[in-house]
Design a protein around this ligand. Structure first.
Ligand code: ZN
Length: 232
């Protein structure tokens, strides 16, 4: 089986691994203006990976975690907070750690971003923001950046894990825009990039067209999906 990638809008992705495992990243369906109808009925899942606490990445984590039966993985404090909201089967990690589960290797890596939720008008910080490197059953490796700026250690992630596909935010303002994402592709040494975290709100101005203009001359393919669309 080939890896299949379904974009569920914003930073929410459903992946089916080459070994048939289903993995949901950063679940946000309720109130997500880019969420397709298909995101409302996901069914059973094997794993949910959460990069940081912001509500546009965790909004439906508890509901989907409970209904899907999946194991959820999140940065330590975010995991504790999700647990306090009634999510069971949640594993906290910190950058540098690798979790071996379901035939996959899941390595948490740093991101340059904040991580918090707002409750009763107050901001609660939920530890660090992170990304993930996932090595699938057949050795294929992806890097899911989460929300982040570019940072120099993306070169180290490239050297150590040799991901072939990077999921990078390009919306700008809260994360990288296309310029930094293009340079990130170079540091990571990937052959394919999946843009995310753009177009959801007017403030997210980066576009896949701009990214394509910057990386295609270097032989890097931009996998541009519409919400609900699957590539495999
Ligand atoms: Zn964020």
């Amino acid at each position: 089986m080939a890896l299949s990638i379904t974009w569920l809008g914003h930073a929410t992705f459903l992946l089916r691994s080459p070994g048939g495992k289903t993995i949901l990243f950063d679940p946000w369906v309720t109130g997500n203006p880019a969420s397709p109808e298909s995101a409302k009925k996901l069914g059973p899942l094997d794993l949910i990976l959460i990069t940081h606490g912001h509500s546009d990445h965790t909004g439906d984590a508890v509901a989907i975690g409970r209904s899907s039966g999946a194991q959820t993985v999140a940065p330590f404090e975010t995991a504790q907070w999700l647990g306090s909201k009634g999510l069971q089967n949640v594993t906290g990690m910190n950058p540098g750690g690798t979790l071996h589960a379901l035939g996959l290797s899941i390595t948490m890596v740093p991101a340059v971003h904040s991580s918090s939720v707002e409750e009763d008008g107050k901001i609660i910080y939920l530890g660090v923001a992170t990304g993930y490197v996932v090595r699938f059953e057949d050795g294929l490796t992806i890097y899911f950046a989460g929300d982040t700026s570019i940072f120099g250690d993306m070169r180290l992630i490239g050297e150590m894990y040799q991901p072939s596909i990077a999921f990078l935010p390009i919306g700008d303002l809260y994360t990288m825009g296309p310029d930094q994402a293009a340079k990130a592709c170079e540091l990571l040494g990937v052959t394919q990039v999946v843009p995310m975290h753009y177009g959801t709100f007017p403030a997210l101005t980066g576009t896949p067209a701009k990214l394509r203009e910057l990386v295609e001359p270097k032989g890097i393919q931009v996998l541009e999906l519409t919400p609900g669309e699957t590539a495999s």
